[in-house]
Design a protein around this ligand. Structure first.
Ligand code: UDP
Length: 357
């Protein structure tokens, strides 16, 4: 059985870490790195510290608009699928790389499996939402992390090949927690455990216009602090281009630092007082590590965290962020939301069965 896994972004590397191990117990995996994330601190570092196998193929797509990247990936993947003839193409999440893998599989009539299927924010202006919807509707095996994801698919008439398996990011969180706790974490930034906020921002909606970036700087100013903000290269580039980098990096309450690796990030997260983010993965990781989360968006696909009272949606509204952080606490008895830590084992078994059909 030959499974071609297509990855290309920071969150996909995190998800691939537990799943590559599980897949390789029973299948031959051909790992493809699209090159969508190419900065060493968003890519190479993750392969090294999470023990992800060396990619069999690196497409080396690099910078460009999402459409330019998509076009480059499609051409390269068509050729690669033709040469490698996998039984299944497997894609993760909701990025340009995901969409490219899905379209290339569909157009070469190769069965497609989607990890993190069924998630919806119901905001079709989000590039990620577009990618999710198209990918799900092309997939023959839909691997859902949550009951809400299964229900979303049913509402769209997608019921065949749908399985609730749990969340691979939870597997990763359990797998690497101990290694993360051995990192210096807060101490490396002169912060007290339990006494700081951890911030991440990278989505298009927060960074693509000067107005959005000005709102972001206002939000940063409203965080009580001390806070640490590992800045995504895209966010930094956009702040610099809008002439707002000095305003952001001069704030007394928030320290802007380069992005950190998964283990250092997890170490920072575990002892944060609260997380402030627009990331999908970080909302869940806050839940895994029992840290309250404030999400700088109006919608989320991780609705169960909001229902459980551990995640507050504020949009990019400085006052709402201040209020949410004032009241942020994590409940003593949170529900179990994302499976038992073996989503990867379940996915590997389902993929092997799907490939053998
Ligand atoms: N992350 C990291 N270093 C950082 C910021 C985030 O390792 O400086 C990790 C984080 O732990 C999570 C993943 O990156 O596993 C989330 O990626 P991102 O926010 O880029 O993407 P999203 O989840 O929003 O798709």
């Amino acid at each position: 059985m030959r499974v071609m896994s297509v990855v290309g972004n920071r969150p996909q590397f995190v998800k691939a870490a537990p799943l590559c191990r599980a897949l390789r117990r029973g299948c031959e995996e051909i790992l493809v790195h699209s090159g969508q994330h190419y900065d060493p601190e968003l890519a190479d570092l993750f392969f090294d510290e999470l023990g992800i196998p060396e990619p069999d193929h690196a497409l080396g797509i690099g910078p460009g608009t999402p459409l330019q990247q998509l076009a480059g990936m499609l051409t390269a993947l068509e050729d690669l699928i033709g040469r490698e003839r996998p039984d299944v193409v497997l894609v993760y999440g909701d990025t340009t790389t995901t969409l490219a893998g899905a379209l290339a599989a569909a157009k070469t009539a190769t069965p497609l499996a989607h990890v993190e299927a069924g998630l919806r924010s119901f905001d079709k202006t989000m590039p990620e939402e577009q990618n999710r919807v198209v990918t799900d509707h092309l997939s023959g095996l839909l691997l859902c992390p949550t009951a809400a994801a299964v229900a979303n698919l049913a509402r769209e008439g997608v019921t065949g090949g749908v399985h609730m398996v749990g969340d691979v990011m939870f597997d990763a969180a359990l797998m690497f927690r101990e290694a993360a706790l051995a990192r210096p974490g807060a101490a490396a930034f002169g912060l007290e455990p339990g006494g700081y906020e951890l911030v991440t921002v990278h989505r298009a909606a927060a960074t693509d216009t000067p107005e959005a970036l000005r709102a972001l700087v206002e939000v940063l100013a409203a965080i009580p602090g001390p806070a640490v903000f590992p800045v995504h290269p895209r966010t930094r580039a956009k702040l610099e281009a809008a002439g707002l980098w000095e305003a952001a990096s001069g704030l007394p309450n928030v320290r802007l630092v380069p992005p950190v690796g998964y283990l250092d990030f997890t170490a920072l997260l575990v002892t944060a007082r609260a997380v402030v983010t627009d990331s999908g993965g970080v909302q869940k990781e806050a839940f895994f590590h029992r840290v309250p989360c404030v999400t700088l968006r109006d919608t989320t696909e991780w609705v169960e965290t909001v229902e459980a009272g551990v995640n507050t949606l504020t949009g990019m509204d400085a006052r709402a962020v201040g209020r949410a952080l004032d009241g942020a606490r994590f409940p003593d008895d949170p529900p179990e939301l994302y499976g038992d830590g073996d989503a990867s084992g379940r996915i590997a078994a389902l993929v092997a069965e799907f490939a053998g059909r």
